[in-house]
Design a protein around this ligand. Sequence first.
Ligand code: DQA
Length: 310
Amino acid sequence: MKILIINGPNLNLLGLREPAVYGSRTYSDLCTFIGDVCVEHNIEYKLFQSNSESAIIDEIQAAYGVFDGIVINPAAYTHTSIAIPDAIKAVGVPAIEVHISNIYEREEYRHRSFTSQACITTIYGLGFDGYKNALILLKDYLTKGIKPEQGKAPDGRKIAGFLKVSRQNYQPAEHYGDIKLPLRATEGSAGYDFFAPYDIALEPHQTVTVPTGIRARIDKGWVLMIFPRSGLGFKYRLMLNNTVGIIDSDYFYSDNEGHIFIRFTNGDSPLCIRKGDAFAQGVFVPYGITSDDCTDAVRNGGFGSTDIKK
Ligand code: DQA
């Protein structure tokens, strides 16, 4: 398995460049990070960085017949270049787009990506971890045909995206690195599995609140419903404390970043959920509003809240 990792303009200046946005680690740190991931996952790789659009296109063209996949952070060319996605489409090498920052929470002009049209999926806002996720997803896609199409509604619309909350918003801090983005188990399943960020041992009838470390960006008109994993309901009678878990699209903009907490109570038998186990699932559901609805209040809510933003 050979994967080409392309980084576009100014990413060579990581560390120096806007550390509040991109962090303090350097490009050489990124190369080491990617190298470690590739070794761990048995991926042969080549790293390429250029500030020039034409050099990036030449590199994509040269990947034809040589590389099985491409992970690309086109940097600012994401928002301007038609030639880069054209090159990816031309060679037909499966590609995943990565951005260190969350381009959807930055300036409006960064919200549009031309590259994404040529890529299987786009990962953004996860820092260096985005490259790791991209490499693993690409390997799964190339070896098992698993498509990383998060949030793709049955009619083909992508209506949501999962992100990690920022480090300073996560307790227990030592488990921040263990937070995994929710995933669907199969192409046909509706539920996105939420994974335990640490071991959770429950006595009969014990209640716990799990800070998932996850937030969901959801298009208006959709809501994320949270349920216990059905197997845990069947076997243990595990139940949500709020009975219904509803994550509204405007929760994302709350002061707590829309951090999803899941509180549940165990049934009659002791239960141990291991770190990395799926324990809950989220399903995106469309909703309607009444014809005389004129609500315009803005939410600022924590757990289960509909508090109004001042
Ligand atoms: C970037 C986001 C782009 O908008 C920006 O121009 C970059 C880096 C990122 O990795 O977050 O150079 O691709």
